[in-house]
Design a binder for this molecule. Structure first.
Ligand SMILES: Nc1ncnc2c1ncn2[C@@H]1O[C@H](COP(=O)(O)OP(=O)(O)OP(=O)(O)O)[C@@H](O)[C@H]1O
Ligand SMILES: [Mg+2]
Length: 259
């Protein structure tokens, strides 16, 4: 495993967010729609570089909100100030196409197999004109290889009534569905929550490997064990909607000790 902080040889996109203030309207009265404005992100700024960028903080500190705002998934009406730049440019629809977002609760069709799910994603996302159906199938096979899903490729995802793939395989399938378009920017909300420590480790090893091929991986995570923490390059620590630390993850202890 590469040591933390070691430069990634291939450069991917860098994402900057500046003076982000995000608020939501808390509806007290359903009839008049009146309510108070609640500030969720309080003037936060930061930089995410090629590699592993972790966002940590206690529950309710604004991790998912920050991830959603920088990925452009939040209602823009709540954005009071700030902007998000990728490689110094304002995010356009085209730029958004080169990014992908893996949500915390996987949304998968239980009656499809892993291979069928990936093909479904390929058919929806890869433009028909540039990608023949055999090219799409090839892309699916390479994702199966890359994510080590060979043994469960033809297993159904599963539902409450139908036993299917394991939790880790399910998460890898969700990640694979997003990787179909070869995004250079990948957002993940709590990719390890609900997984046992060994599976969590293998998911993070996969993300680490992807980051080394020049991808910018940005994720929120809860209580990672040290072997996982070691894989982070950059850490953003949130507390009540404010950033209390942002920088190389291996400098975190030194920073807090120096205070
Ligand atoms: N639409 C909304 N309306 C009201 N409050 C909201 C809304 N969205 C987020 N919040 C509040 O903003 C705060 C931050 O929420 P967020 O989901 O970003 O936290 P989090 O750090 O991801 O927490 P967790 O670790 O539990 O996932 C929370 O207090 C939450 O209740
Ligand atoms: Mg969250």
């Amino acid at each position: 495993m590469a040591e933390p902080g070691v430069c990634v040889s291939v450069n991917g996109p860098s994402l900057t967010f500046q003076n982000i203030r995000y608020t939501v309207q808390e509806r007290r009265n359903l009839c008049t729609c009146s309510g108070e404005e609640k500030e969720i992100l309080k003037n936060v700024s930061g930089l995410m570089k090629t590699g592993m960028n972790a966002i940590m903080g206690p529950t309710g500190s604004g991790k998912t909100s920050l991830l959603d705002v920088i990925a452009g998934r939040k209602d823009p009406r709540g954005l009071r100030s700030g902007r998000v730049l990728v490689d110094g440019q304002l995010v356009t629809a085209e730029l958004r196409l080169s990014s992908a977002y893996v949500v915390q609760d996987d949304i998968l069709m239980g009656t499809l197999s892993v291979r069928e799910s990936l093909l479904f994603s390929a058919n929806l996302r890869l433009p028909q004109r540039q990608n023949s159906s055999s090219a799409k199938k090839q892309r699916v096979e390479s994702i199966i290889q890359e994510l080590g899903l060979q043994d469960c490729a033809d297993t159904k995802i599963g539902t409450e009534f139908l036993r299917g793939v394991s939790g880790g395989e399910r998460k890898r399938c969700s990640i694979g569905m997003e990787l179909i378009t070869s995004p250079s920017l990948l957002f993940l909300d709590e990719p390890t929550t609900g997984l046992d420590s060994n599976t969590a480790n293998s998911i993070m090893a996969l993300l680490h490997r992807l980051s080394r091929s020049g991808k910018t991986i940005i994720f929120s995570i809860h209580q990672p064990r040290y072997s996982i923490f070691r894989r982070f390059d950059q850490l953003t620590l949130l507390h009540k909607g404010e950033i209390i630390y942002a920088g190389p993850s291996n400098d975190t202890m030194g920073y807090f000790q120096s205070l």
